[in-house]
Design a protein around this ligand. Structure first.
Ligand code: PNS
Length: 169
């Protein structure tokens, strides 16, 4: 077997509205088998949903969370994920798989991406068990009712949530 100096870059795409401790866990796990992870915030997916944070705010929060981890880069993308991955020379797409409910959606997405670009492989990661229930939409729900989200999100996210309370709705 020969080794090459080529870097293995993974893209971790999502809405990240907001990034949760579950997402952070996935990024750190992805760094175990990649040289760098690009956390890629999608513009498109945010259009359909009622969002809590703007894309710019999400990018800032993710940047702050991984400020001490140079292997993690934050980026935004519009259009097809596989095109973004190709432009950034990433060969892996990473997604967290929390359970059976995620599976159908994730599998469809992975197979579609493979049809679009067979060079890019999707890798599913199981999150830490204690975080496997967590999602951005649950965080938004808790926050919209004034609940305590401190166990679910990192300090930069919590700061922004507290900074804008009370929220509408
Ligand atoms: O956090 P989300 O909302 O589950 O993330 C979904 C996301 C952004 C990964 C997905 O919607 C996506 O990749 N959008 C970009 C458009 C695309 O490439 N679609 C084809 C794959 S189905």
């Amino acid at each position: 077997m020969t080794t090459t100096a080529r870097k293995r870059v993974a893209v971790f795409p999502g809405s990240f509205d907001p990034i949760t401790r579950g997402h952070e866990d996935v990024v750190r796990r992805a760094l175990r088998f990649s040289d760098g992870v690009i956390v890629a915030v999608s513009h498109r997916s945010s259009e359909a949903k009622q969002h809590l944070f703007s894309v710019a705010e999400r990018l800032d929060m993710i940047g702050e969370i991984f400020a001490d981890t140079p292997e993690v880069e934050v980026a935004e993308f519009d259009g097809l994920l596989v095109d973004f991955a190709r432009q950034r020379r990433a060969t892996l797409i990473v997604r967290g798989l929390r359970g059976a409910l995620d599976l159908e959606y994730e599998l469809k997405m992975a197979l579609t991406n493979r049809e679009l670009n067979g060079e890019i492989e999707t890798v599913f990661l199981a999150p830490t068990a204690e975080l496997s229930f967590l999602s951005s939409s649950l965080v938004r729900e808790v926050v919209s009712h004034g609940g305590d989200a401190s166990r679910f999100v990192g300090a930069p996210v919590l700061r922004r949530i507290l900074g804008r309370l009370p929220l509408d709705g």
